[in-house]
Design a protein around this ligand. Sequence first.
Ligand code: 3H9
Length: 695
Amino acid sequence: MVDYKVVGSVAFLEVNNPPVNALSLSVRVGFVEGIERANKDKAVKAIIIIGSGSTFISGADIKEFGKPMRGPGLVEVGERIETSEKPVIAGIHGNALGGGLEIALFSHYRIALKNARVGFPEVLIGILPGAAGTQRLPRVTTVPVAMDLIASGRHVAAPEALKYGILDWVVEKDLPSECIKLAYNIIGKPLHDRRLRNRPVTPVENFAAVYDAALAKVTRRSKGFIAPVKCLQAVKAAVTAESYAAGLKEEGRLFMDLMKSGQARALQYAFFAERATARWQLPTGENYKTCKPLPIKTIGVIGAGTMGSGIAVTALRAGLSVTLVEQERKFLDRGVAMIKSVLEGSVRLNKLSPKAMQKSMSLLKPTVSMDDLRDVDLVIEAVFENLDLKKQIFGKLDKICKAETILCSNTSSLDIDKIASATERPGRVAGMHFFVPAYVMRLLENVYGKATSGTTVATIMQLGKKLGQVSVLVGTCNSFVANRTMSKYGSQATFLVEEGSLPQEVDQVLTDFGMPMGTFAVGDLSGLDIGWNIRTEIAKAQGMNLTFATRYMGGDQYSSLSDRLVQKGRIGRKVGKGWYKYDKPNGKVATPDPEVTQIVLDHCKELGIQRHKISPQEVVERTMYAAVNEGFRCLEDGVAAKPEDIDVCWLLGFGFPRYQGGPMFYASQVGLRNVYDKICQFHERFPNQSIWMPS
Ligand code: 3H9
């Protein structure tokens, strides 16, 4: 709703729609009524639009999308504001995003607090600023800036927006009184030029070249993603249309095209899915509402390798004090150097001030003694994947740390219950599975065991948020939800190579689908020896001796092709060869290698596999549906609580194309019946692969 209040000669229209003041039906109606009332009220000479609570307006109400439109649309509301006979001032604090910025651009003046932010994030949910934003922004700022902001969705701070001409004034504090001061200054001044529809688009030299350059940049960055291109087309309409009205009509057409697209549905689903992960529940019924997190100020990290150092960077940046433990001084020094270099990189990129970097480094306490973890609030162990070693460490931690300390493992595959069994505090043991590099990847898979308490879960979920991660809560099982579903996708890819494809062909199909990298290129990046080591551990636990020619594990068929590469020393990018060959060890330029083709052919010959041609469609179905079926199995087992959690794992952990929503959402769009029928067909074709037993 919109509250109406008159102070002297000024009417305040205050948007009051927590938590983010979205432009829901009641707000749109409130604006129309408020503008009319103020225009009729003889005592009122100017109107100020502000937001209550912590923000101005964060945009249209995304929850209303896809439902029949009710009440006045946003363009209509904006036009009521623009045609008001009394001047309208937008007073911005917090965020003016999307429709919120459009409301500000319909207003005659724009003033903001210094720490406010403005932007058009519509592109990120698959649409464009469809309430005249694409037509009005290039009338206050330059066309290249308008194209950049609208096609990237980036938010800008008020001082930058002032520089671009989007805002008229920026003030340090007292926004309402500054708005009133401004109102008294402008009362009675003509409004014609303040109505942006009357202004020409900012002149731009050689528009065709500017547009082509912007289009090339957008196409390069967002392969397969349609909204950024439509955003540019809408700004182009502002420049080329014969009138404001004609440009607006074209914007409306492009907006509706996008709104109806599957990509917009997927991106909006992804927006809510990421937020839904915070609403967790344990099998005991304890949940995010009933459990209070413990305060965490100091943490310990055990292991200063890539993972441990990365976790330390994330925690230091969040202002936590970090005790970093390594066994040997030289490994500790290497970890500290890595942390320093990452933070220095952030300073170079202007993401961190030199002062903030110094502060972060001062919070780091490197040590070779586990005894220094005595007083920390929480420990994250990040040593290599070995159950015995982890149990040994947790046993020690249990004795060293204070009773309240929560003990977490960064394991990516091992059973949390077994790790917890080495302690006297299983309720305070959990998994915090970060993805490499932890300071870049936003996914955090938090894992509960049988005994993990609601308080522990609430604490690690809250800690994840503080670290800037999106935390997904999953139950303990082999490899947890992200890697468990991913491994099925990866193993199908390897079967496809055994059956007739080549690694580069499968990777091409997957990148065409929208994955940032093919699965074989990813395997090379992580190191093929990791998979070999994990499989050896699993085999050991099952009492079997894994060899490079093993075809069955636990009665389930598996492809030993990647192990053949390990056998030949092709363990990935770090040595300059794996599924691909690289320009040098750790090199980035990958090329298909005839030697790999030969290994594949020899392997098939040895096993008597008849190779045949495989279609791109089969590659997508086999890999994706394997992940989907395993995803449903995770739901069936209860280790994942909802499909959204699985999708978020894939979106943030593996770069699954956001405009496809995630594997579970993708399956829903293909049609669950169709996916199920295909899975049944694969089950018939591959009876020895348990993945095709339909969940
Ligand atoms: C648009 O404007 C189209 C127009 O151009 C044209 C129309 C014709 N609607 O993120 P948080 C919910 S498109 C509905 O955790 P934060 C959110 O789901 C819109 N709900 O807070 C969550 O609910 P819950 C363009 C929304 O402080 C709660 O609010 N604007 C909306 O970390 C808190 O959200 C955007 O795309 C919404 N627009 O971040 C901005 N926004 O608690 C989208 C949020 O039940 N929003 N909710 O899970 C954001 O980017 C962030 O929410 C924001 C606050 C930065 C505002």
